[in-house]
Ligand binder design. Structure first.
Ligand SMILES: [Zn+2]
Length: 204
């Protein structure tokens, strides 16, 4: 089973990808982990871009992904999380693998903004809380774990989020046209969303 999970920020896409991957023995590949975990010559190539603060080119990401997919944990299948993000990445990806289905976990822009703008990070230990959902800090502005100060990331404000959502919708609509896809309602409970995905992709 070769799957791609897409969803706006706060949709729970990463959580679902992890749960489904674990349950069915697929590998879960998030674009962030892919670049963090790369080793050897490919790492040297990545570092050249990262050290300059440049984006890693799609062609290189796909070469790294190709190596990653050869590992034994991907034998039964994989879930890509956060990649491809645009049409040019879709085209690069098509050079190395077919995709069975794209799963879109859908929540409204209002819900996405509510979930993300409620996020607070501890400056000391990095723990993440959410004043609009859970885990809600016991005392406002204070980390439950270490007593550190909780702050909002600068790019988690409403204006920046709206801009990111606009880009997300535009790119995602194009991506979905290039694959077979299904959409699940991300407003439901984690268990319900998981069940809907399992049924929708024919794993149940
Ligand atoms: Zn803390």
């Amino acid at each position: 089973m070769r799957l791609i999970f897409v969803g706006p920020q706060g949709s729970g896409k990463g959580t679902q990808a992890k749960r489904i991957a674990k349950r069915f023995g697929f590998c879960h590949i998030s674009s962030g982990d892919l670049l963090r975990e790369v080793t050897g010559d490919l790492k040297l190539e990545v570092d050249k871009f990262m050290n300059k603060g440049d984006l890693v080119p799609d062609e290189l990401i796909v070469r790294i992904l190709k190596e990653r997919l050869k590992k034994v944990d991907c034998k039964k299948g994989f879930i890509l999380d956060g990649f491809p993000r645009n049409v040019s990445q879709v085209k690069e990806l098509a050079k190395i693998t077919d995709i069975d289905k794209v799963v879109e976990i859908s929540i409204s822009d209002e819900e996405s903004i509510k979930r993300i703008s409620g996020r607070r990070n501890c400056v000391k230990c990095g723990a993440i809380f959410n004043v609009n959902s859970s885990p809600r800090p016991k005392v406002e502005g204070v980390c439950d774990k270490c007593g550190g100060e909780l702050v909002q990331r600068a790019d988690d404000n409403e204006k920046a989020l709206k801009e990111r959502l606009k880009v997300y919708h535009k790119e995602t609509e194009r991506i979905l046209k290039m694959y077979k896809f299904m959409r699940v309602n991300g407003n439901n409970s984690i268990e319900k969303v998981e069940a809907d995905i399992v049924e929708g992709v024919g794993l149940g």
